[in-house]
Design a protein around this ligand. Structure first.
Ligand SMILES: [Cu+2]
Length: 330
């Protein structure tokens, strides 16, 4: 809010002051991305919108920092502006169309132009959102706008648990979403007609203080095309991962299977203790035998399917279907 607005607002009631502030912050809109949602493992055209100068002064430089995991960066040439790119190493290698990338463009700067305060412009970069990034997380694109007089740094990134709305000059945000292909005809009605047959998802009662549990289920792909179990949700868990237990030199080891579980047509696949399983991570409260907990299973093609996990007794090797199987407990 500029000084003039503060003076005007000073004599008014609190309610009006609040609405003036809202209007003022809208007028001084943040540097934002046109498209604020992007799929992981897919191309993304980042369009940075600059809607005003620095307190009336024309914009002469726009600099965008490229977040980790945004790869294959290529700015679109912009008449009247000179584009410079700073390259650097990524924290890890990312899969891209032509093989792994471990370095690339980390910053793009447009200079030499002049964008008067009364005009609006877009600064465009073609990118690819690495498939290794996690859906339902947010990426931050810090944008620095230099003007003939002054500078605006839209570079604030919220700390864990902080609301981005509380920041004075937040970086542009991009929400990541899962790259789930729509399941054939009538995607809304996909669930009842999902070709994946789901048999009794279950988990086990957890000892006191445990915050992880295994999730098990038998899946049969009754469709004609292969599909893949890529994850899911569990009402009482922070996140769900696909894991496998393997015996290496007689020692049981567990590792994540980021590519998920292949479901070839017609072949039943069982997630069970000691093998493939869902890892239910960050449980908000323990699981008790006899409970049911809601969740979803997410398939690459069939999409998300709502399920209910039944909780079997501690140490059970199979779901307690109908309650008659207690004798199998070890
Ligand atoms: Cu596990």
């Amino acid at each position: 809010m500029d000084k003039r607005t503060i003076k005007q607002a000073a004599g008014l009631t609190a309610a009006i002051v609040i609405s003036l502030c809202a209007a003022a912050s809208l007028a001084r809109a943040h540097a934002v991305l046109e498209q604020r949602e992007a799929k992981v493992g897919a191309g993304y055209k980042a369009v940075v919108k600059i809607g005003h100068g620095c307190d009336g002064s024309p914009t002469t430089t726009v600099r965008v920092d490229i977040p980790e995991g945004v790869i294959g960066v290529k700015p679109m040439p912009k008449p009247g502006w000179t584009i410079t790119m700073q390259r650097g190493a990524y924290k890890q290698a990312y899969k891209h169309y032509h093989g792994d990338l471990s370095e690339g463009v980390r910053q793009v700067t447009w200079t030499g132009g002049r964008l008067p305060d009364d005009f609006y412009d877009e600064f465009v970069v073609s990118t690819y959102i690495a498939g290794e990034l996690t859906p339902e997380t947010t990426l931050f694109f810090p944008v620095t706008q230099t003007c003939e007089k002054g500078e605006l740094a839209w570079t604030e990134i919220p700390a864990a648990g902080q609301d981005a709305h509380d920041l004075k000059s937040p970086a542009a945000t991009l929400k990541l979403i899962a790259n789930v292909k729509t399941a054939g005809a009538g995607s809304k009605a996909a669930q009842p007609s999902s070709p994946i047959q789901v048999e009794q998802p279950w988990s086990r009662a957890t000892p006191a203080g445990t915050t992880v549990a295994g999730g098990y289920v038998k899946l049969t792909n009754t469709g004609k095309a292969p599909d893949r179990l890529i994850g899911g949700t569990f009402a009482r868990a922070k996140s769900v991962e696909v894991h496998i237990m393997t015996s290496e030199m007689g020692v049981m080891k567990m590792r994540q299977v980021p590519e998920g579980v292949e479901l070839p047509p017609g072949v039943p696949v069982e997630l069970k203790p000691g093998g493939l399983h869902l890892m239910l991570l960050g449980l908000s409260e323990g699981l008790k035998a006899g409970e049911t907990v809601k969740g979803t299973l997410t398939f690459e093609k069939a999409g998300p399917v709502d399920v209910e996990f039944t909780i079997a007794p501690l140490g059970a090797e199979a779901p307690s279907a109908g309650g008659g199987h207690e004798g199998h407990q070890h």
